[in-house]
Design a protein. Sequence first.
Length: 317
Amino acid sequence: MPRQPNRFIRAVAWIMLLAQSGIIMTGGTVRLTGSGLGCPTWPRCTEESLTNTPEMGIHGYIEFGNRVLAIFLGLYCIFALIAVWRMRRTRPEIFWSVIALALIVVSQAVVGGISVRMQLNPWIVASHFVPSAIAVGISAFLLRRSGDAGRPVTPLGTTGLRMTGWVIGGLTALVVILGVLVTGAGPHAGDALSARNGFDTVIISRLHAIPVWVLVAATIAAVLMARRQGLAFPAKAFTVLLVIELAQGVVGYVQYFTGLPELLVAAHLLGVCFMVAGATVAVDSLYRRPALSAAEPAARPAGDRDAALTASSRMPS
């Protein structure tokens, strides 16, 4: 019978999180090096060639390299789906998380192709990034679920703390979306001749900063509330998230006042991955699920499990 998650499934989840973050970073490299049209068409690299050619230079290698990594990510999603297939009834949240990730990878390939054919239209490029950020969040959730027994959840703390957690999750999403708009208005759009979204960079950057500060304040509140309520792990999770937010803020302000150097922008992009994953873990930490023990037995059909519980209740204490 299908078993509960084990170290192998947890390793699959870790690699998925790293891979989804990695594809964001390689996509960022394409944009920051002006290689967005290194392969000027899609799905072929040129009208005559499936791959890049030496005449296309470094930009062709960078853009085609990102496409190859996307293919490997798609293949890895298939591998992950095979790995969790037998858990589709016993642990549907794990199974459907992998399904969602696979669908995102497929949709990202299509949107990426459209963005190339539309000469890196900033709105399509923006819509290309957001699903990848969602995939990082789902991957972090998958990693969390691979370490528990899949039994009923127990909410932790007060309703106010949990509401603050969900507000933090919503603010994180808003910050990411506004950050994408800031990027679309700036100089790193993937190609020197690509259009920008038309927003004033100063105004959109300030609009981006407002929810960032609200997010920091809400996270500080969550840390204090969790500590006051004696919730060790949630307090730690929100503290880690706060450190990530502050680091992101420092990098964001420095890159803004230094003219958006590529290395700092890349560091800020990496910080987005940490922030999304950190927010996912922090919000989920407010819901306790029984841990998966090393000796977790094989999952049984519901009828067998109920019968076992009935038999155990009749045993003398």
